[in-house]
Design a protein around this ligand. Structure first.
Ligand SMILES: [Ca+2]
Ligand SMILES: [Ca+2]
Ligand SMILES: [Ca+2]
Ligand SMILES: [Ca+2]
Length: 262
């Protein structure tokens, strides 16, 4: 952790006035924003969004909704946990379903989030927590909750938004589109987080949104949120270009990875 802190301090010094941005929330409340996390290399974007219309490459697999804060987990269980909505659009997913996407020489698995919030002051929404687990095929796709997932055969926690430090994502329903059914934010998770996963493994995503403490309007309201996976194999999708700070962040990750090997 000390080494990480030293690295971040070095980055902050080099970035000067941009230091607060570099270490702050993943703020997608302005249209045309692509942000690569300095912490874990995940790319978050609200531009060139992947939409389900016409392409048919998106598989909706998780709907969740509650007023205030809300949490969902995809599963085939009849009465899903938390604020997950039972629907044909909430279901199990296998690792083999996901499409590997190459962007600028990096491999990613890609998901998209369609949020549904009111227009006006309540249009904002957060992602507070995001965890992705895999379990062995023998554990099945109908586990009851995250504790059951963690206890299941072959469990691996592949990705945690807050693994290294507490990250938050800020979104605004109004910036990307005005419609239900249209994506608002795409996120590209580096493929290395899934190293060793088998195609038959089940993927469980746990996502939590709506932190009222962030500011007025960031709590959840109105309709459900829906997560979709980019599934293969035959498609082309638009790929956003990362900004300068984002590229620098990737260098930092490479440096951190190199240090871990020492
Ligand atoms: Ca939407
Ligand atoms: Ca809101
Ligand atoms: Ca967080
Ligand atoms: Ca909502």
């Amino acid at each position: 952790m000390i080494r990480t802190a030293v690295l971040f301090a070095a980055v902050a010094a080099l970035l000067g006035a941009s230091a607060a941005y570099a270490l702050g929330p993943i703020d997608l409340t302005t249209a045309g924003t692509t942000y690569t996390s300095l912490v874990d290399g995940t790319v978050w974007t609200n531009e060139n969004l992947i939409q389900s219309s016409g392409t048919g490459v998106l598989d909706p697999f998780l709907r969740y909704q509650a007023n205030g804060s809300e949490q969902g987990m995809n599963t085939d269980v009849k009465n899903p946990p938390y604020d997950t909505k039972a629907s044909i659009f909430t279901h199990s997913l296998t690792f083999g379903d996901l499409l590997l996407v190459n962007k600028d020489g990096q491999d990613y698995y890609v998901f998209t989030l369609d949020i549904n919030e009111p227009n006006g002051d309540s249009a904002f929404l957060t992602i507070n927590e995001l965890r992705i687990h895999t379990v062995d095929a023998s554990a099945g796709g109908g586990l009851a909750d995250e504790n059951a997932v963690i206890a299941a055969a072959g469990h691996v926690e592949n990705y945690d938004l807050d693994q290294t430090s507490d990250q938050q994502v800020y979104m605004d329903y109004r910036v990307s589109n005005t419609g239900s059914g249209e994506s608002d934010v795409d996120f590209y998770i580096p493929a290395h987080f899934f190293a060793g996963a088998d195609a038959s493994d089940f993927i469980y995503m746990v996502i939590n949104s709506g932190d009222a403490g962030v500011g007025t309007g960031f709590e959840s309201a109105d309709g459900f949120e829906e997560v979709r996976a980019v599934v293969g194999p035959n498609t082309t999708i638009p790929v956003p270009e990362p900004g300068t700070i984002a590229l620098f962040g990737m260098g930092l990750i490479g440096l951190a990875a190199a240090r871990r090997k020492n």
